[in-house]
Design a protein around this ligand. Structure first.
Ligand code: AMP
Length: 598
């Protein structure tokens, strides 16, 4: 079995005691994958044996894998919704977990247009913390000297709500940043951020971004790494600098904070950091007033060794833009996680984005895998559960859908991610993130699936009726060439009465109607300006037939041809764009409030 020699040889070599312990832990976990998984499942099943959910399947106290696999069904979020709703409404009985549900984590995945609510228990914070604590020891193997400076990370909290039963519902990172694990973390020279806690914990994201960027500019010489959770977040910060650099230069020149930052705790902490510095202000003015923003990251933060940002999965579309702004700095994708569970880390964080593989830590949850190419196993019928494979038994080169059983009470839950096994570290498989099932379009945290897009198009096309016009065909494209990116929908229309064709105003309203119909995460990203206005491009009649001809010329079967509902392949984009007759944009922001619609 292939073993990453850097990691193995580092254990016992001249790394700090703390790092050595973390690396030793990774070695132990990855060498003993199967026994750790067996133990974890046993622990979960014995502690949750008396929950209403598990009792339903009559395990009768059994905690072994065979009984579990034969009796407990594989489920989706929709299957668990009745239980989740009861917990949200205040039922405190042990429904899914014997430990009290401490809060709900709001996933960026949606169900019926609303964010999914993932139950969690207090101790999960320790598991998340444990995974975080492994990241720097691995990074230190590849990048020396990270204790000699700071990390400029753009980290944010988001709106939180309460369920009818009084439980908090908020994103997992908001929960983590607001926890004592983060707020009262002990000093660690390898994890010093330019952003003070007060700026990260400011609930107004604009004020938060403003203060974090200002700190980054003031401490620019000390910055050794620049990051955000996802690539889209870092690009949003760059755009923020593009729009606001004059204000930053003014603040730095005068040593006064922009009065638009009103949060008292941010103002107080910034008063200790911000001092008049005309020289720095002149430097920022010089760099930012240039037309060309190529390499702006390395120009402003010259000591940056890498970008710490996830560019795998849907975020891969941002790699060229980040390369442009950073002059090709390495991009480290350090971890793979979700609201349901934190999964694992990248043991070679400085590898190329296209080569990133994540190693799932077997102590985080019990993991099973549904072979993705095995069509007989796709259907999760309750009577005959599909054959799932254990973490230790996966095969290199194959694709699987990830299924988790967590301490918080999700049992055999389909996460919706498709992963490919690329190799092993010790006995632990390593995974390339392939894609999320059913996601068609994604710009930031939004994930729009085919049925949501279809529904949005149907709702919008109602506006065309009075013009005797209908949508004959459509496809879509996530345009990320500019910041923020936006959805482009190509429409081929059938206009019965050309004299009464829909006007630009009507088609713009169609854009708006589509946005109103899309899920809550899309609408929130729009309101937060991390997605630009939706665009409809009307194409000439016959364009979709040409698209089909093109696909057939490349080997598609006429019988089985289906119009792709999302496109990204350059020749197809060129064909579509060369047939565009008009372009229309959504004129307003869609409706969004933190409250759930239901
Ligand atoms: P959420 O529950 O909103 O935190 O979203 C979790 C999902 O984000 C995962 O199930 C993945 O689809 C995606 N995701 C998380 N980490 C990564 C990563 N490192 N690379 C690609 N996709 C990721």
């Amino acid at each position: 079995m292939a073993v990453d020699s850097t990691l193995s040889s580092a254990v016992g070599a001249s790394v700090s005691e703390k790092d050595a312990k973390a690396l030793q832990f990774i070695e132990e976990m990855t060498k003993n994958v199967d026994s750790v998984q067996e133990r974890i499942l046993g622990e979960i099943l014995s502690r949750n044996a008396d929950t209403e959910y598990l009792k339903r399947f009559q395990l009768n106290g059994a905690t072994d894998r065979d009984t579990f696999k034969s009796k407990v069904p594989v489920v989706t979020y929709e299957d668990l919704q009745p239980e989740i709703q009861r917990i949200a409404n205040g039922d405190k009985s042990p429904i899914l977990s014997s430990h009290p549900i401490s809060e709900f984590l709001t996933s960026s995945g949606t169900s019926a247009g609303e964010r999914k609510l993932m139950p969690t228990i207090h101790e999960e914070l320790n598991r998340r913390q444990l995974l975080y604590s492994l990241l720097m020891p691995v990074m230190n193997l590849y990048v020396p000297g990270l204790d000699k400076g700071k990390g400029l990370y753009f980290l944010f909290i988001k709106a939180e709500t309460k369920t009818p039963g009084g439980l908090l519902a908020r994103p997992v990172l908001t929960s983590y940043y607001k926890s004592d694990h983060f707020k009262s973390r002990p000093y660690d020279p390898f994890n010093v951020y330019t952003s003070p806690n007060e700026t990260i914990l400011c609930p107004d994201s604009i004020q938060s971004m403003y203060a974090q960027m200002l700190c980054g500019l003031i401490m620019r010489e000390e910055v050794l790494r620049v990051g955000a959770v996802f690539a889209s977040g870092l690009l949003k910060a760059i755009r923020f600098l593009q729009v606001n650099w004059k204000q930053f230069a003014h603040d730095i020149e005068t040593g006064t904070l922009n009065p638009k930052v009103t949060d008292p705790s941010v103002r107080e902490c910034m008063s200790k950091i911000l001092k008049p510095n005309p020289e720095l202000a002149a430097f920022i003015t010089k760099e930012c007033s240039e037309e060309n923003w190529e390499c702006i990251i390395t120009r402003i933060w010259p000591n940056t060794k890498y970008l710490d940002v996830i560019v795998t999965g849907a975020m891969a579309q941002y790699i060229p833009t980040l390369e442009y702004f950073s002059g090709g700095l390495p991009m480290a994708c350090t971890m793979y996680a979700s609201s349901e569970c934190y999964f694992g880390l990248n043991l070679k964080p400085m590898c190329k984005p296209s080569e990133v593989s994540y190693t799932i830590m077997p102590n985080m949850a019990y993991f099973e895998f549904l072979p993705h190419d095995d069509s007989s196993a796709q259907d999760s019928s309750r009577d005959s559960p599909p054959r799932l494979v254990d973490l230790a038994d996966l095969e290199v080169g194959k694709e699987y859908e990830l299924i988790v059983t967590t301490y918080a009470g999700l049992c055999r839950y389909r996460v919706g991610d498709i992963l490919r096994v690329t190799g092993f570290h010790n006995a632990a498989p390593q995974f390339r993130f392939i894609r999320r099932k059913n996601v068609l379009l994604s710009i930031d945290f939004d994930k729009t699936d085919e049925s949501e897009l279809q529904q949005a198009i149907e709702n919008a096309s109602v506006l065309l009726k009075e013009f005797n016009t209908s949508v004959v065909e459509y496809t879509s494209y996530a345009d990320t060439k500019q910041i923020p990116g936006h959805y482009v929908i190509y429409w081929e229309l059938f206009v019965k009465d050309v004299a009464n064709a829909p006007t630009d105003e009507v088609l713009s309203q169609c854009c708006f109607q589509m946005e109103e119909s899309l899920n809550v995460v899309y609408r929130q990203c729009r309101v937060a300006d991390s997605i630009g206005p939706l665009e409809i491009r009307v194409v000439k009649n016959g364009t979709f037939e040409e698209l089909m001809d093109y696909a057939i010329s490349r080997g598609a079967s006429i019988n089985q041809y289906k119009v792709p509902r999302c496109v990204s392949f350059t020749p197809i984009m060129e064909l579509l764009d060369s047939r565009v007759v008009s372009k229309h944009f959504s004129p307003a922001l869609p409706h969004w409030t933190p409250e759930r619609r239901r």
